[in-house]
Design a binder for this molecule. Structure first.
Ligand SMILES: *[C@@H]1O[C@H](CO)[C@@H](O)[C@H](O)[C@H]1NC(C)=O
Ligand SMILES: *[C@@H]1O[C@H](CO)[C@@H](O)[C@H](O)[C@H]1NC(C)=O
Ligand SMILES: *[C@@H]1O[C@H](CO)[C@@H](O)[C@H](O)[C@H]1NC(C)=O
Ligand SMILES: *[C@@H]1O[C@H](CO)[C@@H](O)[C@H](O)[C@H]1NC(C)=O
Ligand SMILES: *[C@@H]1O[C@H](CO)[C@@H](O)[C@H](O)[C@H]1NC(C)=O
Ligand SMILES: *[C@@H]1O[C@H](CO)[C@@H](O)[C@H](O)[C@H]1NC(C)=O
Ligand SMILES: *[C@@H]1O[C@H](CO)[C@@H](O)[C@H](O)[C@H]1NC(C)=O
Length: 485
């Protein structure tokens, strides 16, 4: 290919030789074995990730981020929103979680996330009354602390706060959800006053997951599906269409220029037939070059889009109420190892992330089903259910990496996951005599199912982030043993 052809192709694809500026990632800690905060921060540095979004303001994470200059979005979880309706409580929170770190060599806090998708329809309105007062209190407390000019409160919202009418399903018809329209107007008016961005989480994967008829190619950025024609504007992917639906909803209330940032976007790699490494690679390989080119959406063509990928690391303790894929959003596995090729600079190179360094693993031992162990095999079903209640068996389900194991394989997988969560503790590989420890890797190639070994446990210093499941589970296992005896 000649140089000019090459350049032409670049221009045609809207690409340029630029790199992504200021890419962010979400750092969640809903894991039985979270990586130590220092390891995670080193991981961010090694991969040149300059922004991070947290789901709390845990002091261990904050300490690890101190002095790095990484821009941080700290957060107030939904269950604290009600408390923040009291101005004194909001002021104390700001003191404890923001101003305390606001010094030379401290944490470079840029935003405070007030709640996390508080208006999600599945919450049945639980946070409708408490979110806006909390939001105002926090911004006012930031102002009173003298940091309000540089640190803005925002509310990460799910894209389900807006839509287009079924009768006219195009982005230009975007409007806020009717049940929260008035509330949304108050919120965005306040954002406009304070200079805060609108933070939205957009998930093309969920569009596909929730609708069997959704055209697969429309979830990605590489074309191949029939474009949606919106008064002459052609939409070739759902990310753009969704973003512009929000732009239109904002325009409808006179704030069409309110800055928008993407709080979460990504693709999971297991737990559903459309959740796999190949699709995740394809998704990021479309998204990142887009960001690098500073190319916006049809309604905001030249807007630089600030993005936080969801997520940095898998979390085996997240709720799977939305689906089994919830525990597999990481661009890295639970132990900080890469899953697929991804070039965060947006140059589309076939490279992997720099893995976490200095990770310590538990000894190379697994737990497997042992039909000859002398136990009562009729209890197998109950034992599997028990193991999977207290560990992550989401890879066993339909469309997942370990689906297709036989019954014995299922049992071994479940027993091993439990044993790993329990840090190989005494009795955690007993299952009343039908399980045994082994030093032979039971992983299978067909299906390609990885029997993992957990990492050494790390316990966050405050109770809120420390998984309580392992100890509780040992207790319940003991109870169950008595019952089944
Ligand atoms: C990070 O940036 C530095 C300096 O620009 C560069 O030398 C290094 O290769 C980058 N690392 C990665 C993983 O991109
Ligand atoms: C919301 O309502 C549904 C149906 O009544 C119920 O199943 C669900 O548990 C509720 N969710 C919450 C978060 O209250
Ligand atoms: C929110 O406030 C409205 C009006 O005051 C009230 O009817 C509703 O029950 C409240 N909702 C919750 C979840 O507290
Ligand atoms: C948005 O903020 C600007 C600057 O403060 C103000 O002039 C404008 O009236 C606001 N718009 C709305 C719709 O509140
Ligand atoms: C084996 O377990 C089954 C199911 O719990 C129970 O009904 C049966 O009595 C047990 N058999 C023995 C020999 O303990
Ligand atoms: C293994 O477990 C998965 C998930 O529970 C289930 O769908 C599958 O049918 C099981 N396979 C066998 C052979 O029991
Ligand atoms: C399973 O996952 C671990 C942890 O990431 C990795 O070290 C190992 O190579 C994997 N094993 C197989 C068989 O894929």
């Amino acid at each position: 290919m000649g140089a000019s052809r090459f350049l032409q192709l670049f221009l045609l694809l809207g690409l340029c030789a630029c790199v992504v500026q200021g890419l962010g990632v979400n750092w969640g800690t809903m894991a039985t074995h979270p990586l130590p905060p220092k390891t995670v921060v080193q991981l961010l540095k090694d991969n040149n990730i300059t922004r991070v979004k947290l789901f709390d303001a845990n002091s261990d994470s904050m300490s690890a981020l101190a002095g790095t200059n990484i821009e941080v979005m700290v957060a107030i979880p939904n269950n604290m929103l009600k408390t923040m309706n009291d101005y004194g409580a909001a002021r104390d929170w700001v003191k404890r979680s923001v101003t305390r770190y606001n010094f030379e060599g401290g944490v470079n806090i840029k935003y405070v996330a007030v709640g996390n998708e508080p208006f999600l329809e599945s919450y049945n309105g639980s946070f409708l009354n408490v979110t806006f007062p909390a939001f105002k209190n926090i911004q006012n407390a930031l102002n009173d602390a003298g940091v309000g000019d540089t640190i803005k409160a925002t509310i990460p919202l799910n894209a389900d706060v807006y839509n287009s009418p079924a009768s006219n399903p195009v982005p230009s018809a975007g409007r806020f959800r009717t049940d929260i329209n008035d509330l949304m107007i108050e919120i965005v008016t306040f954002m406009n006053q304070t200079g805060a961005p609108f933070t939205v989480n957009i998930y093309p994967f969920l569009s596909l997951y929730l609708n069997a008829d959704f055209p697969v190619n429309y979830a990605f950025f590489d074309g191949g599906s029939d474009p949606v024609n919106d008064n002459g504007i052609l939409y070739t992917n759902v990310f753009d269409a969704n973003f512009d639906t929000l732009v239109s909803a904002l325009g409808r209330v006179g704030l069409g220029n309110l800055p928008i940032i993407i709080g979460e976007v990504g693709w999971p790699t297991d737990g559903d037939r459309n959740a796999n490494a190949a699709y995740a690679e394809r998704f990021y390989n479309g998204l990142l070059p887009r960001l690098a080119a500073n190319r916006g959406t049809p309604l905001r063509p030249s807007q630089y889009i600030e993005v936080y990928l969801f997520s940095l690391i898998d979390e085996d303790y997240k709720s799977i109420q939305p689906g089994n894929f919830e525990r597999h959003w990481g661009i890295l596995k639970y132990d900080g190892q890469p899953k697929f090729n991804i070039d965060l600079t947006g140059q589309g190179r076939s490279i992997t992330l720099v893995p976490a360094s200095g990770v310590s693993y538990l000894p190379r031992k697994w737990c497997v089903f042992d039909p000859n162990g002398g136990g009562n095999i009729s209890t197998l079903g109950d034992q599997i259910t028990f193991a999977c209640t207290y560990s992550d068996c989401t890879s066993l389900g339909y469309g997942s990496s370990c689906n297709g194991l036989d019954t014995n394989g299922n049992a071994s997988y479940a027993f091993n996951m439990y044993y790993q969560v329990q840090n190989h503790q005494d009795m955690s590989c007993d299952f009343q005599g039908i399980a045994t420890e082994t030093t032979q890797d039971p992983s299978t190639s067909s299906p390609a199912c990885n029997f993992t070994i957990q990492i050494e446990p790390y316990y966050y210093s405050t109770a809120s982030s420390t998984p309580i499941v392992p100890l509780l589970a040992v207790f319940i296992q003991a109870l169950l043993a008595l019952v089944l005896m």
